[in-house]
Design a protein around this ligand. Structure first.
Ligand SMILES: [Zn+2]
Length: 174
């Protein structure tokens, strides 16, 4: 099977990232609300998603690629974006992102959350829960960075755990 060509956008292109690896950078000013690029992949059931996530965790544990590209589409289906032609998978997470995901009619778009200037790197909130937070350090560089890739709605839990760890490490030191 021939692989589809990587997705492209008139608004953004792939460049070396200041955050991690390759990223997606605005090629011109992008007004707030613009649909920048579709997040494409394979539509899979939750059961298949769980199976793939376990395989991914096993790979990560043995030092392989532990990247997570699952997106919740609805209660029954997820989208697996772990495909080379899904250019949007290269968009990095930020604790203070300039993009967000929109899900019109079973598709996923990465949309500008605010006006974005040409040359800015695009970011969105990966929406991870706190379960495997240590596996996903964040280097987004934002003043709001919590140090790990965790969804905004779960960050209070992470802050609690980090505070607890800090207290524990203080007790241990003489
Ligand atoms: Zn961060």
């Amino acid at each position: 099977m021939n692989k589809p060509a990587p997705t492209t956008s008139p608004w953004a292109r792939v460049r070396r990232s200041k955050i991690h690896g390759r990223g997606v950078i605005a090629r011109r000013d992008i007004p707030s609300g613009t649909r920048i690029i579709e997040y494409v992949g394979e539509r899979i059931t939750k059961a298949e998603s769980e199976r793939r996530d376990e395989a991914r965790a096993a790979r990560a544990a043995s030092g392989g690629d532990g990247c997570v590209y699952f997106f919740e589409l609805n209660k029954r289906h997820d989208l697996d974006g772990h495909m080379s032609w899904n250019t949007a998978r290269l968009i990095n997470h930020s604790c203070d992102p300039n993009c967000e995901s929109e899900k019109p009619r079973g598709r996923i778009w990465i949309t500008a959350k605010r006006d974005i200037a040409a040359g800015e790197e695009l970011t969105f909130d990966y929406g991870f829960d706190v379960e495997n937070w240590r596996e996903h350090p964040c280097r987004c560089g934002s003043p709001k960075c919590v140090g790990y890739i965790v969804a905004k709605s779960h960050r209070w839990r992470l802050r609690k755990r980090l505070a607890k760890d800090r207290r524990a490490s203080k007790v241990k030191k003489p």
